[in-house]
Ligand binder design. Sequence first.
Ligand code: UDP
Length: 234
Amino acid sequence: MKDKLVYSGKAKNLYSTDNDDELLMVYKDQATSLNGKNKKTIEGKGLLNFQITNIIFDYLQTNGIKTHFISNLDDKSQIVHKTEVIPLELVVRNKIAGSFAKKFNLQRGLKLKYPVIEFYYKNDELDDPFINDSQIFAIDLMSNEEMSFLKNEALKINDLLMPYFDSKNLDLIDFKLEFGRFENSIILVDEFSPDNCRLWDKSTGDSLDKDVFRNSTGSLIDSYKEVLKRLVEY
Ligand code: UDP
């Protein structure tokens, strides 16, 4: 089944399959920060992100969000639709943290008046620079219609996930999404895990996401396990 490696990312590998329209996505036991400059193998991370993404994508799909997910193959790999990747990362923010806090020198944890949407151009050599709507249109990365759809879809996803995580006693601070073109529509690709979102325990304010690795404040595996436990049990 597993064929040629077609893409090796920081947290996942993509392989071609017998079907030209599908890819095999395998989650790695690798954690990175500083855009890949800091790397570490953490046993069990791939499986946790695989399990968490499955739960979130299933929830989103059930609520009308189209995703690339087709089926699971084993406990670290899944079959997904092959899409034409849009080289943008879309970040949604509900509260101030990370680069936003730094950029505007604002207090971490403050609630934003309304959700902020930002785009970053996916390019490791350039460290994924910020890109605005006008730049996106000018270098032909997306059409106006696609932009409207993406922003709408991102806010819809936020409206679904905020109450969902809240019911698990988790505060969804911000998250990153990626999308691809597939059969005349745009679908959600990549993953949704504590690698690409910020989740704070509502009772203690503790981070239960990749910030524990970025800032060396705790065990990544214990934090991700706690997230999974709440998604399954609550
Ligand atoms: N994020 C991501 N990949 C990136 C950059 C950011 O998944 O290459 C996520 C990050 O985990 C957080 C959100 O996007 O949930 C906003 O990140 P921010 O811009 O604050 O940057 P960071 O502080 O992570 O450098």
